[in-house]
Design a protein around this ligand. Structure first.
Ligand code: PGA
Length: 251
């Protein structure tokens, strides 16, 4: 079951990237175009670059995703962007419930769930992030917290564009710290059990990514763990060489 899932390597550029960053995406697109990639590869740039990256990726296997969306289709929501607008700009997926949004914008799992429904409505794949803080981990609450976020962030009915889960321990994001293989395996196995119990075959087919300081030098260890179906990569996705170095773990 596990190894039948095609892996997904998704780069999360966060609030990084001016026009010149399109060159990094171009290098990734060119590298993928030359050779059938062993995984789905996606870059999620800031909204300002989605259309330009989509244009750059045209004709290559590189996919373009977004980092957040509003729940509504359109309307009086100054500064927000709808799932339909992201799709219109060329995105095929959207990251939702990243811990930085949960922390910076007070996003609750209930809001994330509404955003997952918005993504489904627009035909975007949702990459839903869950993960415990250092304090929660120290208190032995990792599985409880992740399980609760997973349950509450997902709607009962999934859209056709699909859902991917990214397990990202908050303390491992941007810190150079990585969860131990045993801990990742335990969390992913627990998530898989919960997803299969709730969604049946669709839960078995959902890709489970690990995120948090994934780099070229630890990728082959992390990406080969059972029930790890890819990675969500922050810092190391900003440079095409590093990002492609992580993809090399699948070759
Ligand atoms: P990182 O970020 O790879 O820089 O730790 C991962 C993420 O936040 O998605």
């Amino acid at each position: 079951m596990v190894h039948a899932l095609r892996p997904l390597l998704a780069g999360n550029w966060k609030m990084n990237g001016l026009g010149a960053a399109v060159n990094e995406a171009r290098k990734v697109a060119e590298a993928l175009g030359a050779d059938a990639p062993p995984a789905d590869v996606m870059i999620c740039p800031p909204s300002t670059l989605i259309a330009r990256l989509a244009d750059t990726a045209k004709g290559s296997p590189l996919q373009v995703g977004a980092q957040d969306c509003h729940t509504a289709v359109a309307g009086a929501h100054t500064g927000d962007v709808s799932a339909e607008m992201l799709k219109d700009a060329g995105a095929t997926a959207v990251i939702l419930g990243h811990s930085e949004r949960r922390a910076d914008h007070g996003e609750t799992s209930a809001l994330v769930r509404a955003k997952v429904e918005a993504a489904a409505r627009a035909g975007l794949m949702a990459i839903v992030c869950v993960g415990e803080t250092a304090g929660e981990r120290a208190a032995g609450l990792t599985l409880t917290v992740v399980g609760r976020q997973l349950t509450q962030s997902l709607p009962d009915k999934l859209g056709e564009a699909g859902v991917v889960i990214a397990y990202e321990p908050v303390w491992a994001i941007g810190t150079g710290l990585v969860a131990s293989p045993d801990d990742i395996v335990a969390v992913h196995a627990d998530m898989r059990r919960a997803l299969v119990a709730r969604y049946g075959a669709a839960g078995a087919a959902m890709r489970l990514l690990y995120g948090g300081s994934v780099k070229p030098d630890n990728a082959s260890t992390l990406l080969k763990l059972p029930e790890v179906n890819g990675a969500l990569v922050g810092g190391a996705s900003l440079k095409s060489g590093d990002f492609l170095g992580i993809l090399a773990a699948y070759r």
